[in-house]
Design a protein around this ligand. Structure first.
Ligand code: ZN
Length: 199
């Protein structure tokens, strides 16, 4: 089969484990066809998405598209606005979190997210982003983060749980509504303090 052959030609550069089943991404992500292959198993983290070519800092590594609207935050939901959640396409939702990711968030024309390289990414490297760059709260992941980075926070947290210093570090790569939500919550907190103290 043509598709299978095309995967095999990339395989030596991209993957190693004979048992790993690879397939090209679904046709709802045409723009990603030449950039990515999805891997069925990363051994420790379930599916992952891997670069089929090298990317330089600033390159779009993955073009996100909206699969459907979501009524609330859930394990596969991406936040794309203060009160809006969606399910991204299949490739995007298979992209794993890392506490020291090689991609950040960029809002695209459709209002959902592209993943943009914030480090140079080698061919064959796993594409990752920090889920806290996208979702304000994350309550639905297992307690232990599996990213394996020396900078691992221990568990996958949302933006609201990041230390201030990390928020500053992530500022150029995080979704814009996260800062609006911080401002809204800060204002609420100040109002509560004023009500409590009567000032
Ligand atoms: Zn981690």
């Amino acid at each position: 089969m043509f598709i299978f052959k095309s995967i095999k030609t990339r395989k030596k550069d991209v993957f190693f484990n004979e048992a790993i089943v690879m397939k090209l991404i679904d046709n709802n992500c045409d723009k990603n066809d030449e950039l990515m292959i999805k891997i069925k198993d990363t051994i420790s983290k379930g599916n992952g998405v891997f670069a089929a070519k090298a990317f330089k800092i600033g390159d779009i590594a993955l073009v996100g598209s909206i699969a459907e609207e979501a009524t609330n935050n859930s394990v596969h939901a991406s936040q794309i606005g203060i009160n809006r959640f969606i399910l991204h396409d299949e490739v995007y939702i298979n992209t794993n979190h890392s506490c020291d990711s090689n991609c950040g968030i960029q809002v695209n024309d459709t209002g959902c997210h592209n993943l943009v390289a914030i480090k140079d990414i080698a061919e064959g490297e796993e594409i990752t982003f920090d889920y806290a760059m996208e979702n304000y709260t994350i309550d639905h992941f297992p307690s232990q983060c599996m990213c394996g980075s020396p900078k691992c926070r221990g568990r996958i947290t949302g933006w609201k749980d990041l230390p201030k210093v990390t928020k500053e570090e992530f500022r150029p790569h995080a979704a814009p509504y996260l800062f609006e939500l911080d401002a809204i919550n800060e204002a609420k907190k100040n109002q509560e303090i004023q009500l409590t103290t009567g000032n």
